[in-house]
Design a protein. Sequence first.
Length: 470
Amino acid sequence: MKRSPRIRWIAGVLAVVVLLGAVGWYKLLREEPRPYLSDVDYFKYGSVGVEAASGLPYAVWAVLPEVFADLVGGPGGYAAFGFVQEPGRTMPIGLPVQTVGFPRVGLNCGLCHIGSVREHAGAPRQILVGAPNSTLDLQRYFRFLFAAASDERFTAEVLIPAIELRQTVSPIDHLLLRLLIIPQLRSGLLEQKRQLWWMDTVPDWGPGRVDPFNPAKVQLVHLPWDGTIGAARMVPLWNWNQRTNFGLHRDGLNTSLTEIFLNSGIGNGASNDSINRVGLARLQKWVGVLEPPAYPFAIDSALAGQGGAVFREHCADCHAFGGSKTGQPIPIDQVGTDRHRFDSWTTQARDGFNGLSDYDWRYSHFRKTSGYVAQALDGLWTRAPYLHNGSVPTLADLLRPPGDRPKTFTVGYDVYDQQRVGFVSDGPDSKAAGRLFDTHLPGNANTGHLYGTALPEADKRALLEFLKTL
């Protein structure tokens, strides 16, 4: 039986619709999971579900430092923001590329929780898995993206030719870039800039620090900006099985590591539908037994032995696993350190997070505490600069009274000061590579934590040597 012209026309239209739908799915929605055979590779380069919800198109992302070189603020393209890069890898650690229709750049836990160290300026860089990334200036990276999106050059006419110098662009991809991908990327970045306008009203985070909850208070809980300053040092991710029931984050605002991992995925840009809960559970299990990197330089064993006795007498109650106060908040008036980070986590934020109903899970462990958590000090040598806000460059400085601690110093340089136990924070090399930290600014005070400051100098030297061994 012959089909009528009308039936043939309808069939043709349906075929075109199906074809366009297939092309649209393939070019915009299909997901190609990347296998990771080891936990450490997954920690470095695996997706936690950010890319489908808010990933940046890799083709555009890759050319931004070239097109907007005047906005980067330093040499080396994205290296100027302190990302940790492994030899032979296309992407820095912590910036996974996942195909969701097209390759997209996301964020993962390794971005902030894998650091680096060098013995001297010409030495090879050692990767410190689980350590705070002391060179990463995440706020400057965000500001670069926002500035690029605000620039009149952020157009298909400028960006597509730059992309074509790197790769072949098919006619379909050319059309998608021009009509959809570039306009949507610009719109998304400008919306984030609008939401985070307040970042320019408070002191910069600087390398190795992040404000973990003020952005989430505004973007996830939809609280109005409250004027608080929440910048704090990134924390290490290892030995978490030993931290069961510890207060998490700097002020112990939660005691559930599962909730913290879920919240980190959402905070990095995942959605309820895109978040990789299986992958996050894998990482949580792995960091439970991950051990901190050993101190890579020489240690005076005899002196460290003497320092161990000093530590057990004066420090272990708050800072050793099994100590009566370890992992618990110490009242802010007692510890005496800068209170801005503590004040930035409010009862309204606590109630807002525990009341969220946007996800397939409910938060129930967020709380407001009385102060900052007494941290177990495993891997302490990697955590410089010290105190919750990174206001003291070395452990030697932390054992001095606040009035004798440096008022300004450099952060973001990964050459190590073996004598003072911390990263080199003065001199021309560190100044050229890092950023100035000013303790006079709000949120940056180096006051408080007087513990150990009255010890005899011989005990301080021994204690410093012991602390290298943790």
